[in-house]
Design a protein around this ligand. Sequence first.
Ligand SMILES: *Cc1c(COP(=O)(O)O)cnc(C)c1O
Length: 228
Amino acid sequence: MAVAEQYQGVRASLDAVCASCGRDPGEVALVAVSKTTDVAHVAEAMQAGATDFGENRPDELMLKATSLPAARWHFIGNVQSRRIPDIVAHAQLVHSVFKAEHLPKIDRAAAAAGKVQDILIEVNVSGEQAKGGAAPGELGDLLAQAGELEHVRVRGLMTMAPQGDLDVARECFSALRQLRDQANAALPSGMPALTELSMGMSEDWEAAVEEGATLVRIGRAVFQEGFE
Ligand SMILES: *Cc1c(COP(=O)(O)O)cnc(C)c1O
């Protein structure tokens, strides 16, 4: 019961924040990050209306996506070359691509799987050393390279804000939106506009929605019992 109630509570808060900042709740997907929970709890969230789940390890992605194929699965973790075929086989959207060398590998895996892989480019907006992501200045080259690949489609950008200071987080989210808008103004010819912004987690998703998030990645607020 706890998971169902918490999921519905977060979704209701998300709808309320959308309403208060004049956004359509239908344009903000709640990706329930299930990396710390099991298949049974994911199934419980699905019964409560959850449709999208995020995993950061390929093995857990494979296990859960195979068990619950009716959900949409998002890969949000560290991409390793040798695991790209497994990730591509199970993820609708890969949020965490930022290395040029991974793009042709994703393209080949997607071609072999008979799909076009939707991806986001992860950008390290905050500049924190420990964080993954491309530097903002590398984005143009990555988009140009992805634009050459038939089985890769870049849908937008992703970032992780530093934890602990909501003002700093908000600046990161705002900066990611501006980067996306700049990228759209200078896209390689023929590339569809970047529409998605994956930003915001349990502690900072409200600011992210106010700054334009289209995907929020929420783990603990849904799956950790009693999270406030
Ligand atoms: C774990 C994780 C989340 C969810 O974090 P919570 O604080 O539990 O909401 C979001 N994004 C990424 C990339 C994660 O690894």
